[in-house]
Design a protein around this ligand. Sequence first.
Ligand code: NFS
Ligand code: SF4
Length: 646
Amino acid sequence: MDPKKRSSDPAAQEMLKHMAEAGIENAWDRLDAQQPQCGFGQLGVCCRICNMGPCRVDPFGEGAQLGVCGADADTIIARNFLRAVAGGCSAHSDHGRGVAHAFLAMAKGEAPDYGIKDRKKLLAVAKEWGIAVDGRPDKDIACDLGEMALAEFGKPHGVQRMTARAPAARQALWKKLDITPRAVDREVVEALHRTTMGVDQDFRSILRHASRCALADGWGGSMIGTELQDILFGTPYPRRGNINLGVLKAREVNVVVHGHEPLLSEMVALASTQPDLIEEARQAGAAGINVAGMCCTANELLVRHGIPVAGNFLSQELAVSTGAVDVLCVDIQCIMQSLSQLTKCYHTKLITTSEKAHMEGVEHVQMDEGRALETGRTIIRKAIEAFKHRRGEPHIPNEVGQAVVGFSSEAITYMLGGRFRGSYRPLNDNIINGRIRGVVGVVGCTNPKVCHDEGHTTLVRELIRRDILVVTTGCAQIACGKSGLLAPEAAQMAGPGLREICETVGMPPVLAVGSCVDNSRILVACCEMVREGGLGEDLSDLPVAGACLEHITEKAIAIGQYFVASGILVVFAGKLFPISPTSGVAKYLTSEIEAEVGAKWAVTDEPVKAAELIHAHIEAKRDALGINKTRERKLFSMEDRQKLQV
Ligand code: NFS
Ligand code: SF4
């Protein structure tokens, strides 16, 4: 076991060594124990949808070519892909629904610990949705908004309201292709229905529904979740943050919040600042209470409050192995089951909090939105109690990445445009004049099949070097933070154009946007770029792309598909893409689909190649826009702007 092959993060390398010496296993060891993994599964040609199977199709054309029901390789691969999209959509959307639920409870006065933090956004979204705002109390407006948001998930008629944010050309295209997402629940149910034995047997038809279902995630569940979270907890604006295992504190009570929903972690963070609990911690011999995040709930706390991040997905076991985590409290998604055994090797108390996610033999403290702060206080008290049972000196790596984070679309408007004329004009101008070539979202997970963080960070370095501005979310954002790419000083690694802008504005060349649900912010930002003018009339005209070279979850597939269906090129690692490269599905997703939606998937295993591919794509878009020609600079007039149907 060579820690350097497993992770590019020095803190992770140190902990991998530490775990190996202690004889304690982790995800990398379990991946080794799984070798060789099933080649049929890796290529998506294995089907166990009905009980005549499991069936598998030989991708080399030698063995069986049809499942018992007669399904061919393309049908099987497409069904697996659509089911992954549906799984991802359901995860993000169920999170979004939970937020809508808490939001409505807040508006009705049933969740007194939550409130309205961003009134401006409350009014803006309410107006967008046609809710009367004039002369009405905020809570009444919020009640209407909460009811309408909840209804989005299961309404019997109509389409997702947020799709109206897309440029007119994109909306028209979705309509023409009949892939405008309707209710979120409907798209997920229909995905499961279409893929059951003997239903949809045309892989292109299956994959078109994958687009619709994915769009229900990006422009539905995720976008609603993000907007309501902003109203409840505040819209992110630039602030400082620290990222990596070094944020754990040897002398303080460490509470790590892990999972995805800020509904819980916000309250744990708030409780940790209450004087009576700090006093209790002191009496237990601690110097204070330190809350740190893990995975996407960490990103939510980081971008809104600057609360430190201990690590991303593959760091979760490593954090426990420091022996410094007193309570690890989890809600939903990306929580390794191994934690229940692992925490038993240490004094760490593992606590589940979501009614949807229990772990056998693990204490459950139900997160109750009616007594949210009290739930947070209970968790802090348990951490203080656990602190008293620390076993010896913790082993905490020193690494901490300094970052400036919190670049919501609103923040970008403000930061680049200034207080009085906040707009996307400066960003668009800098893209048009070529200082910035384009914008790329680097997002998603960390997978032990590839060197931890290396794909993300190598790609990001290569992109900024080529004057491409990067926006990032999820575990990729944490990877960037650990390696210093989210610090303003990282501008030194950028090309001359991007560097100049970063240094003038004082921003990093890699903008931390938030959690995976916050990928919806990237969609909103792209819409703003089109609306601002000068970069085409549709999202597919923009010199932009998305990439995830370390994906694990179904959520990442759903995100990739909604970016493609929104007109944006998406690059994934080839060996992690669950699709046989010789299949019709691969041909459709990496080529044919572009004629339909104006974008496609691309796969490569080399981060540098990925950067080259993205750069070439961006330059091709710039050529098509005519902004690569040296030409007389024409200011965009009001008349030009009115001609744009956005
Ligand atoms: Ni996104 Fe967040 Fe990380 Fe991947 Fe998991 S934490 S929702 S799914 S692993 S980025
Ligand atoms: Fe096999 Fe068809 Fe059943 Fe899938 S649906 S398991 S291919 S018989």
